[in-house]
Design a protein. Structure first.
Length: 153
């Protein structure tokens, strides 16, 4: 993936900043997670960061986003171009996945998109080592778009 790395801007995380103010300057993001999250939420997030995939007609798709009927519609529209079908069917907007995405700032949404793209790429490489994938993470104001497709020779 060839996006410019950026870092998390915790100044724009208002709830975290309130916790930090109440708990002192050495209060960390891990301390924050200990106060607001739980194991069930953490387990659910594993499926966002390391999602399940489905293989269909040579294409690799996010299982959460795959629908055979919609696949057939895109197949008819895109003329059997599996990479294009993958690109459109795998695209996810951060604000559709997580409530409150509009409150954390565009730079943090882009950071999250980059993390998702990196995690998905790593996971895809481990599951499909003989295949190559193109990851895309683009600002799409007011959100960020993340998608992927296979590179075919």
């Amino acid at each position: 993936m060839s996006t410019k790395p950026i870092s998390l801007n915790t100044d724009k995380l208002s709830n975290y900043q309130q916790w930090k103010k109440a708990n002192g300057g050495d209060f960390s993001l891990w301390d924050y997670l200990s106060g607001v999250a739980n194991a069930e939420i953490a387990l659910a997030f594993t499926k966002l960061f390391l999602p399940d995939f489905v293989e269909h007609e040579g294409g690799i798709f996010l299982s959460e986003a795959f629908n055979r009927q919609i696949y057939e519609q895109w197949k008819a529209k895109l003329g059997n171009d599996i990479a294009s079908i993958e690109r459109v069917m795998n695209h996810q907007h951060i604000d559709d996945l997580l409530a409150g995405a509009d409150t954390v700032g565009a730079d943090n949404l882009f950071y999250l998109g980059q993390v998702l793209a990196q995690m998905w790429e790593s996971h895809l490489k481990s599951l499909y080592p003989s295949r190559r994938f193109k990851m895309i993470c683009n600002p799409d104001y007011p959100t960020v778009l993340v998608t992927f497709y296979q590179i075919r020779d």
